[in-house]
Design a protein around this ligand. Sequence first.
Ligand code: SF4
Length: 329
Amino acid sequence: MLADSYGRVATDLRVSLTDRCNLRCTYCMPPEGLEWLPREEVLTAGEIVRLLRIGVTLLGIREVRFTGGEPLLRPDLAEIVARTAELDPRPEISITTNGIGLARRAAALREAGLDRINVSLDTLRPEVFRTLARRDRLPDVLSGLSAAESAGLAPVKVNTVLMRDINDFEAPDLLRYCLERGYELRFIEQMPLDAQHGWSREGMVTADEIFGLLSPWFTLTPDSERARGAAPAETFLVDGGPARVGVIASVTRPFCGACDRVRLTADGQVRNCLFAREESDLRSSLRGGASDEEIARRWQAAVASKLPGHGINDPSFLQPDRPMSAIGG
Ligand code: SF4
């Protein structure tokens, strides 16, 4: 098992397949992008699948989520999904994507074994999309969402980051849009993980503010029908349900006490927390001829030293060196 000293067990593995992205979201990276990982440092499909096999067969991983950067930029994504689906026991397989290119690939990914999907959508307005993502690709995201649904990926979840005075006023419209299409929307508090270290608590739209933006239009009640467990999202029934909306409030309503997540970066480093300041290198072990058992032990040691929480609310908090775009959601 991947247990830490606080009694938490990691069973949900988030795998960043690349640090590259085709958008330039203001809360993530600068307009010019970042210096990408050298290709030779990025794990091959075979290396990723070997680590997944070790995680699933030796370490109790039961859920695998592929993230990025933007995972759809990996041409071998369908192959990686298919080989993950062959693992025994078969993990639940999901992906977090910005939706660019999804319309063309949703059916093939579903065929390969993808179970469900999270698509980032911060606005329904092209001009706001251009401001936030610094690209003009909103129609691609919307057609990607409907292709995901048509392909039978379920649930289709939508992740929205609200930025003060940029897209926060769109909260009710975004919820209405998702409710009409059966997508499950989750609002995410912006986290201090941007490459330019521009995050500020004052600039962040809090969970309480999100409720305030929605309450004139919707009645939200605690979700009595679904146990939260280790899920990041706190869910609420909308107007009595069954439709739901989620809020992921890492900063103002942290949920680290029940965390079951562990992360693998595109260059083969284990991060025991999104905000970890240390990493454990599995790539050198992989390429150095280590056995599966040796790699598993190294992975276990990395999780065993996990801190109780992200520490964002501590005066001593330091943002990790690795940006969100190279860690993944
Ligand atoms: S911040 Fe770290 S410990 Fe907290 S929920 Fe996220 S990954 Fe888990």
